[in-house]
Write a new protein. Structure first.
Length: 201
């Protein structure tokens, strides 16, 4: 297909928006420190990505400038503890959180995590998540995108804050569901709500 054909194919395929609030992913080892050796993560509600869910457990985050309390955990357990913030959250805490793809934690700052049973001094793992779209391999083929590719997406189409977001990362995996993730600040900039539709250019 040529570029014009690919453009038309993408314009016919809307992508659902999922807005991410601040949250934390924990290793099982860190979870046990924070919530107790006998504790287990407790299901609160599902999220759209298969196998992932919001937990009832919450922690407090403490940075050089002060705390942000009641930050929800997302399950299941991860191989690395990771804190995902907005840029405003990072400024409030006083940490220089870089914009990164999930799991790319080398050289990122840490902070203090406080749970009901213990405290962790996280050495690294605080990021602002790079905006991204989840695709299955079949969906990636329809959109003519590859894992790790950056695309441009029109958001808030037809609305008062219609915008184009460049450098939107494509993430492709068998266990994903088609969804574009942005944080609250990016959503507010284009008047987006959960389940709104956006379009890959």
């Amino acid at each position: 297909m040529n570029e014009e054909q690919i453009k038309k194919a993408r314009e016919a395929l809307p992508v659902t928006v999922g807005i991410s609030n601040r949250h934390i992913h924990l290793t099982i080892e860190d979870f046990k420190i924070l919530f107790g050796a006998e504790a287990e993560e407790t299901f609160h509600k599902p999220v759209k990505q298969p196998g992932q869910f919001a937990c009832k457990e919450k922690v407090n985050l403490i940075g050089p400038r002060g705390p942000i309390n009641e930050v929800r955990m997302l399950g299941p357990y991860r191989k690395q503890t990771q804190v995902e913030l907005s840029l405003a959250d990072a400024r409030k805490l006083g940490v220089e959180a870089p914009i990164r793809d999930s799991g790319k934690l080398e050289g990122t700052p840490g902070l203090t995590i406080v749970g009901p049973k213990g405290t962790i001094e996280l050495k690294q793992g605080v990021i602002v998540a790079k905006r991204h779209i989840h695709f299955t391999p079949a969906e990636a083929e329809k959109f003519h995108v590859a894992d790790g590719q950056d695309v441009s997406v029109v958001v808030g189409k037809g609305g008062p804050r219609e915008a184009v977001y460049n450098k939107v990362l494509c993430r492709v995996r068998d266990d994903f569901a088609l969804e574009m993730h942005v944080d609250i600040e990016e959503a507010n900039a284009a008047c987006l709500k959960n389940d709104d539709k956006v379009y890959v250019l």
